[in-house]
Write a protein that binds this ligand. Sequence first.
Ligand SMILES: Cc1cc2nc3c(=O)[nH]c(=O)nc-3n(C[C@H](O)[C@H](O)[C@H](O)COP(=O)(O)OP(=O)(O)OC[C@H]3O[C@@H](n4cnc5c(N)ncnc54)[C@H](O)[C@@H]3O)c2cc1C
Length: 292
Amino acid sequence: MLGEIRGEVRFKEPLSFHTSLRIGGPADIFVVPQDVDDIRHALKFAEREQLPVSVIGGGNNLLVRDRGVRGVMLRLEGCLGRAEYSGEEALAGAGVSLSALIREAAAVNLGGIECLVGIPATIGGALAMNAGTPDGGIGDFISAVYFLHPDGTLGEFKPSAASFTYRAFHAPVGAVLIGCRLRLTRRPMADIQKELRQRLKQKKSTQPLALASAGCVWKNPAGDVAARLVEKSGLKGKRLNGAEISSKHANFIVNRGGATAADILALMDLTRERVRAQFGVTLEPEIRIVGE
Ligand SMILES: Cc1cc2nc3c(=O)[nH]c(=O)nc-3n(C[C@H](O)[C@H](O)[C@H](O)COP(=O)(O)OP(=O)(O)OC[C@H]3O[C@@H](n4cnc5c(N)ncnc54)[C@H](O)[C@@H]3O)c2cc1C
């Protein structure tokens, strides 16, 4: 089954090569599929060997622990990497880059998703996280999601209002997302590009984009902003080895070089305790923490 995969199969692949934080131990079996059939072969293999399956897109929202991830990991960035545009709709594979989709749509005068610009993501990762900004999440634009069940059969999901919540998509259990349909809006390219430039400028001025990070570490608690709480607790700029609570944006932890997952987790523990003691609020991680 692994032998039938036309893409790549690597063993003990360091996940620090595949995460935006540049942190993470090895994945036991790391599969870079070429197509949906390859994903099916990997799923079948995992089922036969009773191994857990995990998926990585661009690795922009992941903290992988230092001993890595057991079982089979599918890397979908670059696989299923095509998008088609027709009418006011896009059909996109899970491996399409979100920024490429926004750019390509703009080139054919399709917009509406400008609020998602600057979020580093594959479409699969953006769906799984309901990536977005206060102005909207990707779920607001989705009319259908295509996925594989753990047994490799194809599924189609028509999302309802409750399917996408704050930084979460309530997908069928064990689903490997392979693509989606997005509702777009006809708009002149020049207007779209102007808005994209404004939004990117705003993002650059407030976020430490030049340093390795996984975006916002914490979800905003109801009625408040996590960055404000972390800043008020006096932790902005706090360093532990190569890890630092960003002095530019207190909800980012950056890797200034050589940070381990243990360093990031220790800063997170400190932040959670400090914010709980000072404000009685328990912060919940927005980043996904995986591995051993
Ligand atoms: C500088 C920076 C800025 C950011 N700004 C924002 C922001 O403004 N808003 C925001 O929402 N996020 C932001 N993020 C976080 C991140 O970009 C998003 O969460 C994004 O959606 C992650 O996509 P990805 O492809 O990298 O997913 P990954 O990080 O690879 O995976 C994220 C989760 O999705 C799952 N997943 C990925 N692909 C699939 C699939 N095909 N099928 C099933 N599950 C899958 C993974 O298993 C994992 O649980 C930022 C990150 C960085 C580094």
